[in-house]
Design a protein around this ligand. Structure first.
Ligand code: UGA
Length: 437
């Protein structure tokens, strides 16, 4: 498994857990040393324990020696980063190409090379071309096997997958070495209803982008419907419940929020839009989704400033949640990174708390923000309280608890975690997204 990042670590540890011997190759010496010391450099529930258990069982190892690992491997997975290339929406494939070159240098005959990183359509064939050019006589097989892990739920998503997408270079229906090996590898995760879906390389690569872009679009649709509910007196929870009971729509990914973030949706929507434009078939729905999501974060900041009226410089705002969603320490493209600087620039005093994200957030946010040890400490003396993520520790708070801490009485619940409470009785004004009445 090339890459000891999020995807490589989760996939490596989970494959080990179902009986495969895995070596994770990490070339960054600091990260490798941390991994070898059992220190997992990211927050993912259950991962540290799983890694420790699998290393103990002798099925999982960390190394920087790809040549040695390949000598004893039948398959190699490329699980390196594909960030957005600066100044363009393109995915930066330099790590994928470097991995392909490194594999080519050491691959044993018959090796299966699998792309697990999220890569634009056509990348699998580029990997094959790199290897073929370097080793014209080598026999090898190529596959694309995108992952569908959600941060915070990654182990369960890997162990009980909705589907395992496998793209093959040769016809996906004819028996092949690649197909047989991947069937064996995933057999322990494949239920009786067969979750393995074989297809061509290009289709597998596109499936990953299409799925993420569709989900980003669904969330953005819910966000815009929430705005419409607010403007017209509707309740988004009722509207989405009513929509979601139609099995063609489904109930998931319709919870309005401050805009989608994370390492995947923003990057993958950009990459899909760019690939599509390049192919001469722009996906206008995705282009619009990207623009709507960006605008949303700024608009919510403006809305908060409007609520403070002319008193923003005297206003203390408690912010609960900094990461792009709950159950992660990931700050990438988090709405907080747009909203908080705008509030700060306008003169607001900010007191924030996040159970996992504060140390990552600190260098990314303005200097004079107060980082509180608990949500109630963040609420101390605040005029308004803004919820940006849905951590259970926030959900558990009650109006009575907040009333003892806050100076003001304004709650901006941008994750709808406190809708059931009687805020009015506790003297609060309660706003949530899409609650029109
Ligand atoms: C996403 C996909 O859900 C995974 O299937 C995929 O494997 C992963 O990207 C990836 O490509 O690696 P993730 O980025 O962990 O997973 O986050 P999600 O749980 O999908 O949430 C994405 C964003 O949408 C978050 O900002 C979240 O707060 C927001 N969201 C989600 C909403 O605002 N409302 C919803 O109803 C659902």
């Amino acid at each position: 498994m090339i890459g000891g990042g999020y995807v490589g670590l989760v996939s490596g540890a989970c494959l080990a857990a179902v009986g495969t011997n895995v070596t994770i190759i990490e070339h960054d010496p600091t990260r490798l040393n941390r991994l070898k010391a059992g220190d997992i450099p990211l927050y993912e529930p259950g991962l540290e324990e799983l890694v420790a258990e699998q290393r103990q069982a002798g099925r999982l190892a960390f190394s920087d020696d790809l040549a040695a690992a390949l000598r004893k491997s039948r398959a190699v997975f490329i699980a390196v980063g594909t960030p957005t290339r600066r100044g363009s929406g393109h995915a930066d494939l330099s790590y994928v190409h470097a991995a392909a070159r490194a594999i080519a240098a050491h691959a044993p005959d018959g090796l299966l090379i699998v792309t697990k990183s999220t890569v634009p359509v056509g990348t699998g064939r580029q990997v094959a071309a790199i290897v073929r050019q370097a080793r014209p006589d080598l026999t090898f097989h190529i596959a694309s096997n995108p992952e569908f892990l959600r941060e915070g739920h990654a182990i369960a998503d890997f162990m009980q997958p909705d589907r395992v997408i496998i793209g093959l270079e040769d016809s996906p229906t004819t028996p092949s070495t690649a197909r047989t090996l991947l069937e064996q590898l995933y057999a322990p995760l494949n239920g009786p209803e067969n979750r393995l879906l074989f297809m061509g390389l290009e289709s597998a690569e596109l499936t990953k982008y299409a799925a993420n872009a569709f989900l980003a679009m669904k969330v953005t649709f819910a966000n815009e419907m929430a705005d419409l509910c607010e403007a017209t007196g509707g309740q988004i929870a009722d509207v989405t419940r009513g929509m979601g009971m139609d099995p063609r729509i489904g109930p998931h990914f319709l919870m309005p929020g401050p805009g989608y973030g994370g390492s995947c949706f923003p990057k993958d929507t950009q990459a899909l839009a760019t690939s599509a434009r390049q192919a001469g078939t722009p996906v206008q729905l995705i282009e619009t989704t990207i623009a709507a999501n960006e605008a949303r974060k700024r608009r919510l900041a403006e809305r908060i400033l409007a609520l403070a009226k002319d008193n923003i410089t005297d206003c203390t705002i408690a912010v609960l949640g900094l990461t792009f969603k709950a159950h992660t320490d990931d700050m990438r493209q988090a709405p907080a990174l747009t909203i908080l600087p705008l509030l700060h620039e306008a003169g607001a005093t900010l007191r924030v708390h996040d159970p996992q994200g504060m140390s990552t957030a600190k260098p990314l946010l303005p200097d004079d923000i107060t980082y509180a040890d608990s949500p109630l400490q963040a609420a101390e003396g605040a005029d308004m309280l803004l919820v940006l993520t849905e951590w259970p520790v926030f959900t558990a708070l009650t109006p009575a608890q907040l009333a003892t801490k806050m100076r003001g009485r304004l709650i901006l619940d941008y994750r709808q975690i406190w809708q059931g409470h009687d805020w009015q009785q506790a003297g609060f004004h309660y706003h949530c997204l899409g609650c029109g009445t």
